[in-house]
Ligand binder design. Structure first.
Ligand code: GLU
Length: 496
């Protein structure tokens, strides 16, 4: 393939299920490869398996692709010159292509019944034949006779004629290097079934050739299909693209990633509140490296720097802890305004703390809350529990253990009283985190109190528990009236 051929890649999911981590990574690599090379990224829906493909799955896949930010240049919803992009809408194309090969003598009608095929296979087994594939029974039927039988209504499949002198099929794989298959082991496999549907190996090649795909980046579970697909390219007289078969993704136990390992669909990660940029970043690292040490690789860098040379042929291990860490890094790197708008407020709305479309506070309030929560969480939904105390008004829910340990003691009364005095001396205009922190700071020494115990008492009084965001900011966010009311309420609790 010449260097001037414009790069075209495709992601071709079968809508037999949701988009899974492995598929998402394949999509990311294709997208990034297209973007890094000024190429075209095509999305094609391989829905030829009618029993397992559903429209609902297609919609879920498209939604997942959108959420991942993997915009496609041709395909469903965007169109393009090589459509349709659903295989079920291309059945005539496959039929014509298969018939074309028959007309050229590169494929033939096969009338063998399933029973006959089974009997032949058994016989080959009993003979300990090294070749157990199709015995080429129909290969030499005279073409005119074959056509007459087909026209008379006899069911037939269309099989490829694998050239007998083909020799080794060598795949120059961009990830695995040269992989050699012996063409003798390839039987005359079926291209087109008697029910009018194409086989995967045929439809894929017809489409990839028709869509002028230059690089096929896909999971290495398809490596074993590749020699058959090469046979089809050769029969069609189409240029053979560059193949890049990427490794499997394993779970922590070294086994192929599956449901047993927990969430595997992109949808589940979206619902769990992952940041899509972080998710794409982490998946990109499962088998590809920028330089072997950089972990945070923003989307634009990926789209500029991705190359097949840096894709590893070794299986990658999915590490949830690392994904969570990457997610936390992305959250922490957001501006307060972005975090408030994209992470915090949606979560507060989902939790029922805030009404949809109607804010209880000014922007600055959410941004202040964003600034203190951002570095303290790894996943978006964690903001909910950390914000709860701000939305409980006079009905603060106290953590019992914290109350027993830090509040319900005679000694804390004096802490609460002096905190009340110090804070009530600040008026609403001066009610800022730094003023509030300053007002509290001298108190432990003045009271000859243990600093940690003093703050723990105030914290439980204001937030209901000991683990809450920084004091000054928390008090500022609660507002003067609520802060003072909660100190009074805590005073009563401590007395009881
Ligand atoms: N529809 C196939 C799959 O989901 C595509 C494989 C390929 O990329 O050729 O596995």
């Amino acid at each position: 393939m010449s260097n001037t051929t414009p790069i075209r890649v495709r992601f071709a999911p079968s809508p037999t299920g949701k988009l899974h981590i492995g598929g998402a990574r394949t999509a990311i690599y294709n997208w990034a490869f297209a973007r890094a090379n000024g190429g075209t990224f095509i999305l094609r829906i391989d829905d030829t398996d009618p029993t397992r493909s559903t429209d609902e799955n297609t919609q879920i896949i498209l939604r997942a692709m959108r959420w991942l930010g993997l915009d496609w240049d041709e395909g469903p919803e965007v169109g393009g010159d090589c459509g349709p992009y659903w295989q079920t809408e291309r059945l005539d194309i496959y039929r014509n292509a298969a018939q074309g090969l028959v007309d050229e003598g590169k494929a033939y009608y096969c009338f063998c019944t399933p029973d006959k095929l089974e009997a032949d296979r058994k016989a080959a087994q009993e003979r300990h034949d090294s070749f157990q594939g199709y015995q080429r029974t129909c290969r030499n039927i005279n073409p005119d006779q074959a056509r007459a039988r087909a026209e008379a209504g006899e069911p037939y499949t269309i099989r490829i004629k694998v050239p007998e002198d083909r020799g080794d099929v060598i795949i120059h794989d961009a990830v695995h290097g040269d992989v050699t298959f012996n063409a003798k082991e390839l039987d005359d496999f079926i291209l087109f079934r008697s029910d009018g549907t194409p086989t995967y190996n045929f439809a894929t090649v017809v489409d990839d050739a028709d869509m002028r795909i230059t690089h096929i980046i896909r999971g290495d579970d398809h490596l074993s299909n590749t020699p058959r697909q090469v046979m089809v390219y050769e029969a069609l007289g189409a240029p053979i693209p560059t193949f890049a078969h990427i490794s499997m993704i394993l779970g922590a136990d070294g086994k192929k990633l599956s449901k047993r390992h927990g969430a595997t669909s992109v949808e589940e990660y979206r619902e769990a509140g992952y940041d899509s940029d972080a998710f794409v970043n982490y998946l990109a690292l499962l088998g590809w490296a920028l330089d072997g040490k950089t972990t945070i690789i923003p989307r634009d860098v990926l789209a500029r720097e991705f190359s097949l040379e840096h894709v590893s042929k070794n299986p990658a291990t999915f590490d949830q802890t690392k994904l969570d860490w990457v997610n936390g890094e992305y959250l922490a790197a957001k501006t307060d305004a972005d975090f408030a708008r994209d992470v915090l407020i949606p979560q507060l709305v989902a939790a029922g703390f805030e009404k949809d479309g109607e804010r209880a506070h000014e922007d600055a309030w959410y941004e202040l809350l964003a600034s203190i929560l951002k570095p303290r969480i790894k996943l978006a939904p964690e903001v909910v529990e950390k914000s709860r105390f701000l939305y409980e008004g006079s009905a603060l829910s106290y953590d019992e253990k914290s109350v027993t340990k830090n509040l319900a003691k005679p000694g804390t009364l004096v802490y609460l009283k002096s905190a009340y005095e110090a804070l009530s001396s600040i008026d609403a205009d001066g009610w800022t985190a730094s003023n509030l922190d300053e007002a509290l700071a001298p108190l432990p020494e003045k009271l000859e109190a243990n600093k940690r115990k003093f703050y723990a008492a105030v914290r439980v009084a204001e937030c209901g528990n000991q683990v809450s965001p920084p004091m000054g900011e928390s008090l500022q966010l609660l507002g003067r009236d609520l802060v003072l009311a909660r100190l009074e309420q805590a005073y009563e609790l401590a007395q009881a």
